[in-house]
Structures are given as C-alpha cells and as structure tokens.
Design a protein around this ligand. Structure first.
Ligand code: ZN
Length: 648
C-alpha cells in the first residue's frame, strides 16, 4: 500500500496562500548522467551513510541514548547543536525516501528515529545538552544554547516525513515539541527568542503540513519579538550578530551572522506569506535586493568575515577572506526559493542557480564524502593534504574535509541534494515553468490535465536544452523557460521550427501542446569576462571569467612552470575561449619585482607592474571542482591588464 500522503507532489515549502508551487519529489526525475542527477545519486549512495557513521563515531547519536537511559553528564559529546545534525540527516533521508523507494535507507531511518524519540521528555522538550540531571537547566543560554534551533530542525525533518509518508513516531515527536514550544514561549510566558533562528522555519512549515495554526502563530511571535535587543550578548559579539538589533520588518539589509540572518529571513517569508503580511514580505524582498547588490560574492556566496561568520558592510567583499559558508549558500537558496514562490520573479531563480553551481556544488566533492565549510574566492597557500581520519577543526576552505568539529555543512548539503529537483520546475495554474536544466523527465498535474516532458541536455557543459512533450492536456498550457540573466545571445526554436532571440527572463509559449512537440533553448556558453563593481575595493583591478552559470577560477595546478599565482595577469581585452568544461585566456607574467625582496611592500614610486613578457594560454576551471585534483592555490578574481603597452 502506498502510504505517501501527498502522492508524488510532496516537496519542501508548500505555501498555503499562494497559487505557485514547486515540483513534487516524484514529479521531476533527473537522470544520473546529468550534473545534478549525478550529485543526487552520490548523495544517496554515499553522503547519508557518511554522515551517520561520523555521528555514531563521535557520540552525537549516543547523546540521545544517554538521555533516554538517564546517564547523561556534562561530558556529553559535541556542541550544543549536534542534535540538529541528526535531524538534518533525517530530513534528507525522508526526502530521499519520498523521491524513490529504498528498503535499507528506510530501515536506517527507522532506527535513527527510535533513538531520537526515546530521548523526548514527557512535556515534549527534546534536547540532549540541557535540562537533564548533570546538564545546565533548559533555556539557560538562549543566545548560544541552540535548543530551539535544534527543535526547529526536528520539525523540518518531521515535515519531510509527514509530506512524503504520513504520521510516524518522528512526526508525533515534532508535534509534541511544537506544543511544548508554543506553551513555553507564548506571549506572557517566557518572552525569549533563540540566538540562532530556525525555530521560525520549523514551526511555520510544520504549521502548514499539519494545519495547526498555532504553530504558525508562534513562528510569527518569534519573528516579531526579534530585533529588540533582548538576547544576552557575549564579548566580541553584538546584537547585530543575532539579528537582534533591528526588528525584521524595519531592517533594510541582511547583517550579522550570515546563516542566522538567512534562516531568519526565510522563516519570516513563510510567516509573511501565510499571514498575508505584505509589509513584512516587502521588507524581506528589499533586504534580499540590497544584500545581493552589495554583500554577495560572484559565486552567490554570502558572508565576508571569518571572525563572526558574518556579512560585512556594503561592498566589503574581500576575495581571500570570503567566508561564504556552505550553509549560508543553502540558506540563500532557501530564502530565494520562498521569495520566488511568493513573487514569481525570475531574479530569485537566477540567484539560486548561481549559488547552487558555485557554492553548494563546490562544497561537496564528486564522491560525496568530503566538504568545504568556507568557500573563499582566493586561497594563497595550498591546503595540507587532510589526513582523513580526524575531525577538521579548521574551516578555512583549502581542502575538503570529511567532517568538522562544527559540522553543520555536510548534513545541510545532504538534505539539500535529496530534494534539489523540486526546484527544477514551478507550476502556477496552467503555466509550467522550467527553472533549472538537467536531463530528465517532468510529469506534473495541471488543472486541465497531466503534462509530461522530457528534457535532454548536457548543460552546463553545453547550452542546448531540448524539451520534448510526451503528454499534454487538451487545453492550452503556457510553457515557460527561464533564460538566465547572464545570457546574451539565447535563442529558442519553437514547435514550428522558427528560431527567435530570447531575452533574459521568461520565454513563454501558450498553445495546445501535443506529444512530439519540441522546443529548444540554446544558451550561449562562450566564456565571458565579468567586472566587479568599482566600489568593491578589494577587487579593484581584477576581473572574473564565467561560462554559462559557472564561475571559473585559476588553480596553481594549471600554471606553467616557474609562474607564481600572484604574478599572473590576464589580458582583459582579449576573449577567453571555451576549453573542456572551463576556458583558456591569454595571460602574461608580472615583471620581476622592481624592489629588493627585503624591502617593505610599499614604495613612493610607481611599480613596473603591469605585466610584460610573452603571453601564454592560461587554463581556467569551474570553481565548483577546484581543489579536487590536488591541494592547490586558487583565485577567482584575476588581476587584469586592459591596455597592453605597444612594444617600442
Ligand atoms: Zn555550515
């Protein structure tokens, strides 16, 4: 018997007051030969087990057993937020089981859930770091204790299970936890908020999935309560770090700890959409726009500062100190997806694609067992080969590691990849929109009937995307294709064989479709030079090279013998040429330094830079696979020469 509660249409984020929805887990199937389908297959085959093994080995799972047995002590393993990694893994597995049947994975899910729910208190509280003999009291450290954050992730995992399967022990535990939170943090009761937003997302989505309005109301309470300076602030931190400096609806830009800011904004969009709060939604759209304009890297990465894992000021985007935490990239995708469903605006899908290819895809290696935590745009010293056995305490981003002391990113990647294909298409009434291009099939129920498509493409290695109709309703349907913002020479060949230019945005054709109809979108994947805004001081004098949705980078692995990474200058007047999945661009080498090596790096006369010497071909590779061949130096922003002096 099929117990799936939502047919194949289940997916993360199902706003109830909006006519737009993303594809369901079984409505889009990506082939394992495509860029994203391959990542999903690896995620299922390797990443879930990898995460579970590490959490078993480190005692993060046993934390639940110890609470259940009553023998927990302050010797407990892991940070206060270790519980959330188990919940994110459960969420990922639940989406995966919604995508396809897998008896072994289902068994693993069942045994993990049994251990989690055994640790729940009578009154619904669930947590292994507080509130039991030998541990600090419940909610005694709202700033950094992560108790509500953890339970928010429990709720998101339960939403995945409820939508794909139905009621089970995990869903029941999440309902009890939500009841506990609603009682404990009701207006007039404990008037606190969690230092790390997430409970807002968890309650809002659980409210949608269960129909319990009170959960959504409590999410709204948490959103409105924030920004009033109520969280105790430790030395070196600030109200801004916690987004407790300005109320959400008054803020104009994302600030403070990037993941916190993005999760809060995503949860606030859920609240705004469900309550019809247009003012709040408009504030969040404005925050997104300003943040993307002034505080976002070319990769889509967010977070300029390592010190507090935070956003910098406007235009503070140093390539070498870019933090760009993997979880911030995922948070950005979560936020953009919600704003896309709320508004239908293509700019949100464009940023999602940029961030998915250049942050999320970069974060995990091709084998699905090594991860970046930080995703800087410039690494000056090649990372040491990681020994592989121990936990990586550094999160600098030189070499992908199997696991981290703070290991939020691997499980976040796992749950994102499991449901990633639900972002590939969007339905609104009789409009079917394709958003992300990877080979596979689409099978969606429209009001007038079923629409089945086959998508054939080698994107992003090739720009041709062929969409074939397999089955269509008898009524007219609008088929829309996203033409990315970076695209300069896109063309669509329609059913009649007529080829026309397609401007960035939505290409749309409304007709009564028939099996065998074919539409082809051709995207121009010639590599292109991209200049940063002159207000980004740390990037002045440099350019980047992009190809389709991919940001390219220079790796020291590809440098000619004797050329140092910091001495390369590229010819920004020339045109890069496609090569493999990357590009080749003409480059020169900086002249020998005019000052003695021991001199200070400043001089009162103009240096001999820019470059001289024979030009050579410089290979650039997609940023998402940098560091995979060997530890290397790397840079995305390349010092450029735009006027080469004519030889005399
Ligand atoms: Zn993380």
């Amino acid at each position: 018997m099929d117990q799936r509660s939502d047919g194949g249409a289940a997916a993360p984020v199902r706003p109830s007051g909006v006519s737009r929805r993303g594809a369901g887990l079984r409505e889009v199937v990506w082939g394992a030969d495509g860029f994203w389908g391959r990542r999903q297959a690896v995620n299922a085959a390797a990443t879930f087990a990898h995460c579970a093994d590490w959490m078993e080995r480190l005692g993060w799972l046993e934390n639940f057993d110890r609470v259940a047995r009553g023998d927990v002590t302050d010797e407990r393993a892991g940070w206060e937020f270790a519980d959330s990694e188990v919940y994110k893994l459960l969420e990922g597995i639940a989406w995966e089981l919604g995508r396809r049947d897998d008896a072994r994975l289902a068994a693993a899910y069942g045994s993990l859930v049994a251990r989690v729910v055994a640790a729940q208190d009578e009154d619904g509280y669930l947590g292994t770091a507080f509130g039991h003999p030998g541990l600090p009291p419940r909610y005694s450290d709202l700033s950094m204790g992560h108790e509500l954050y953890n339970m928010g992730h429990l709720m998101q995992a339960a939403v995945a299970r409820l939508r794909t399967f139905g009621e089970d022990a995990l869903v029941a535990a999440a309902r009890r936890a939500a009841e506990h939170v609603c009682r404990e943090f009701a207006p007039g009761a404990r008037e606190g908020i969690c230092g790390h937003p997430e409970i807002e997302l968890g309650l809002a989505e659980l409210g949608r999935a269960t129909g319990e309005r009170r959960y959504l109301d409590q999410a709204r309470v948490f959103v409105e309560r924030r920004g009033r300076g109520t969280l105790p602030v430790r030395p070196l931190l600030s109200d801004e770090y916690f987004q407790d400096d300005v109320p959400v609806r008054e803020a104009t830009v994302l600030r403070g700890h990037a993941v916190r800011a993005l999760y809060l904004a995503a949860g606030a969009v859920d609240v705004a959409v469900e309550t019809g709060d247009r003012e709040l939604l408009a504030a969040l759209e404005g925050q997104w726009a300003t943040t993307v304009e002034r505080r976002t890297y070319i990769t889509g990465g967010m977070g300029s500062r390592h010190q507090d894992e935070g956003f910098g000021e406007d235009w503070e985007l140093p390539p070498d100190r870019a933090y760009c935490e993997t979880c911030a990239g995922i948070g950005s995708v979560m936020l953009s997806w919600r704003l896309l469903l709320a508004s239908g605006e293509v700019r949100y899908a464009d940023l999602m694609e940029r961030t998915l290819y250049n942050v999320v895809a970069a974060a995990a290696d091709q084998g699905g067992t090594h991860f970046f935590y930080a995703n800087p745009l410039h690494v000056r010293v090649a990372g040491a080969e990681h020994a592989g056995e121990g936990v990586n305490h550094r999160a600098e981003g030189g070499v992908r590691a199997q696991w981290f002391d703070v290991s939020c990113c691997p499980t976040n990647v796992a749950r994102t990849f499991a449901a990633l294909h639900t972002y590939a298409a969007m339905v609104e009434d009789d409009v079917l929109t394709l958003l992300l291009y990877s080979p596979g099939s689409v099978d969606l129920a429209l009001p007038s009937g079923r629409m089945r498509l086959e998508v054939a493409t080698r994107y992003p290695d090739d720009g041709r995307i062929e969409v074939s109709v397999v089955e269509a309703p008898r009524e007219p349907v609008a088929l829309r294709l996203r033409v990315p913002a970076w695209s300069h020479a896109a063309a669509v060949t329609d059913v009649s064989g007529t080829r026309t230019e397609a401007a960035p945005g939505w290409w749309e054709a409304r007709r009564t479709w028939a099996a065998g109809d074919v539409v082809v979108l051709d995207l121009d994947l010639d590599p292109r030079i991209v200049w940063p805004d002159p207000r980004i001081d740390a990037m002045r004098g440099t350019v980047a090279v992009e190809r389709g949705p991919l940001v390219l980078c220079l790796e020291s692995t590809d440098l000619p013998a004797g050329v140092a990474l910091e001495d390369v200058r590229i010819d920004a007047t020339g045109a890069p040429r496609a090569a493999g999945d990357g590009a080749v661009i003409a480059a020169t080498r900086r002249r020998e330094p005019a000052v003695a090596p021991a001199a200070p790096p400043f001089a009162s006369r103009r240096p001999t830079d820019p470059a001289s010497g024979a030009s050579f071909d410089l290979p650039l590779v997609p940023y998402h696979r940098w560091g995979e061949r060997a530890p290397s130096q790397m840079r995305v922003m390349l010092p450029a020469v735009w006027e080469v002096a004519s030889p005399r």
